[in-house]
Structure formats: structure tokens, C-alpha cells
Design a protein around this ligand. Sequence first.
Ligand code: GLN
Length: 483
Amino acid sequence: MFDKTLAELASGLKSGEFSSVELTQAYLARIKAEDAKYNSFITVTEETALQQAREADKIIATGNAGAFTGLPIAHKDIFCTKGTRTSCASKMLDNFISPYNATVVDKFNQAGAISLGKTNMDEFAMGSSNESSFYGACRNPWDTDRVPGGSSGGSAAAVSAQLTPAATGTDTGGSIRQPAALCGITGLKPTYGRVSRFGMIAFASSLDQGGPMTKTAEDAAMMLNVMAGFDKNDSTSVERDVPDYTADLNKPLDGLRIGLPKEFIMDDMDSDIAAQTQAAIKEFEKLGATVKEVSLPNTALSIPAYYIIAPAEASSNLSRFDGVRYGHRCEEPVNLEDMYKRSRGEGFGPEVKRRIMVGTYALSEGFYDAYYNKAQQIRRLIRDDFTKALSEVDVIMGPTTPHPAFRIGEKSSDPVSMYMEDIFTISLNLAGLPGMSIPCGTVNGLPTGLQIIGDYFAEQKLLNVAHQFQMATDWHKQSPQGI
Ligand code: GLN
């Protein structure tokens, strides 16, 4: 049962093969038995999950079930959940019980979903390895000595280890797609503004976007149907109709024009990953697609631009954690300044502090034009590169990451080498474009991802392209040894 997709579980619930309570109990028991190996959950919400499952079974019995009624999922611990600890994997919020739900959480609740709990992540979503969590590193189910990727590492590991059929994630520079690639699952970062950010603890507000992490593209479509839409509580959410994301999944790919950016094949990447991208492209050609080279000349500038813009926004967003309004407060402060300093000094981990310092510096008087303004100009160039490429092709494809999962500890003392792991994903966030990662092979037994990039609001197209690939191949069906 644990290898079933959301779509398969939904039909099992409908036909009465099992109840939502049985399904939820099974997953809760599996988390209890297995998660010590992975540390993919920070909080398991057993009681509320079972309560939600009982409600769902009642609705199913009346015959009024919706597509999501009774299906268990997990939420990245960046989404506020009322009455439950929402920690963002930080000591700062270790004691924070949210008084309200994120819009995404509300939407899943209203759709009848069951929330099994909150998944591990890098502290405040800063990282590519899930090693910066206050609750300890999360481990990759394909090799527990390796990282699951980050920052949504807990969600990716939990789906890959079959501790939940699906989970939510957030992506500021790659945090859905990169861990999806490293754990052999499907992840979708929607267009900026497609999914409400209300109640999703802010890292870099102009880049952050929530999205689904699933076994298949079909499941991602089911989740996006719930998640997407305008929210009056989020001034950057877009007022635009939400299509049925499952509607186009079966469209044939005849005539699909794929662009391959020459900058996405680099010297400093795993050669097997480059070969797998080529093999995936061949598969698409068999499905009727045509391929041409395109250019994204400013790709190399995406990391430096991101590491000004994201820390600048983070330094501002994180100023609210001051020991007064939220979270950790130091013991016996001697005065106000001492309280601010020690509360923040004790509450934040090293990577978060590094970002706050870089961001504060970049925004300070005299440096703003040289750094922040310059980075915004580069951002425009990157967007223009994509606009040009996407005027010639329907989708752009390439590897999601330059390497498969690395060892825990391998890159933690060298932040720049860690930052480079997002070289193929970060530019999309700067441009605001949607992107997906789907499994497309393995290197030495470790999964790798193919990234599919589309135009603004082309999620339906991406899901269609990914689904057709998954109908023709079985990389997405592979699971870690013993699972
Ligand atoms: N790894 C990138 C960073 O550390 C992206 C993180 C994310 O997408 N949340 O900023």
C-alpha cells in the first residue's frame, strides 16, 4: 500500500478498499517504526490526523467526497499550522505554536486532506542539504550517509521512504526541485504568485513559492489543484483562474519544442548526469518532440545575484524574531539591547546568521547601489534570457542538479560549494518561472533529476510533459533499497 500514489489511494478510498482512518493509522505506524533512520519529521500530529481521518470517512460515506478527501500528506515545517508547533527548523521558533493556518494548510484541510505532521528542513529554508536544521540533519533514504538535499529535505525524504504519499515544500532557489532530484521524487515549483505565501514563514519574499512534492506528476497536479489560487491575504498572489491541472495530463507530445540550454552542461558536473539528460531527451523525441539548443547566457550570474537578493530580503524578514514578539528569548537580559542580542545570538544558527550579515551589509547605505541594485539588474537580464529562449521553444530542459546526493558533512564547511548545487534551479526563482524536477536515472545507485522549465503559468504544460515521460519510463517507480 505504501507504494501507491495519491491517485491510487484516492480510488482505494472511494471503492472502500480501506478507510481514511486505516490509511492514516498505517502511515502513522510506519513513521513511528522507520523515521528514526531518516529524521524526516520534526513533529508528528497523530491525534489531529486521526480526527481529520474520522471526519473524512464520514464524508466519504455520504458519497460527497472530493478528489482529496481522506488522503494523508505532510507539511514542510515552514507552513503555519494552528495549534501545532511551527519551528522552521530553528531554535528561534522551537516554542512557537502558530495561532493560525497558512492558506495552503487551510486549503488542504478544506479539501479533506489529512496532515500527518511537519517535516524537517534547513533552518529558515536556508540550505541545500537539510544539515542546518536545529533538529538535526535529515538523511537520504537511498543512502543514509548522504543528504536528502534541501531545504525541503524532510518532505523529499519522507515521500521517498514512503512515510507519506506526498508533502508540501517551498522553493526560494531550488528547495523543492533539488531535494526532489536527490531523493528520486517529483517536485514542482509553480510560477511566483500562483500559490499563496500567507502563513508560509518568509525567507526571501520575492522568490519564495510553495509547491507539491510527490511520487508522480499526476499527484503533483492533484496537489496543485488544491494549493493554487488567489488569496486576499497575500498581496503577491495572482488573481487568475485556476485550471484543472489534471485535465491535460494525457495530451500527446507531438510537435513539442524542447530547448536545451548550452549553459546547463558544465565541466564541473557529473558526466553521468549529463548523459542521463541526453537519454531523457531521446525519450521525448520518441514521444514526438523536437529539440534545439537555446542559450541562457547569464546563468553563471544567477548565484551571485541570488546571494545578494535572498540574504537582503531575509535580513529584513528575520528582523521580526527579536525575542519580544516571537520565539526564543534569552534568560535574564540586563537591558533591551542585551535581550535582542542574546535572543538572536542564541536563537539563530550559523547559516542564518551568515545570511543576515550579508543581507544587512548589502542593504546598508553606500553599498546598496553596488550590491542590491546591481543584483536586481542582473535579475532582469536573467528574466530576459528566459523570455527569449521561451519564444523559440515550448519548454526548456536540463539537469536539476550538477551532482547526485553528497555525503553529510561533505560541503558544510564550504558554503560556496554548497551554493553551487543550485546552479540550475536558482535562475527560475529570479525570473519567477515555474519548474519541475522528475526522476530520470541513477548514478551509483543514487537518483538524479530532469528539470523541465516552462513559461509563466505553464504548470499544466509542465505536468503534461512530465506525465507523458512517466507513462513511458519507470524511473519514478524506483525506490531506495529495502523500501
Ligand atoms: N539552497 C538555496 C539557499 O540556501 C535555496 C533554498 C530554498 O530554495 N529555500 O538559499
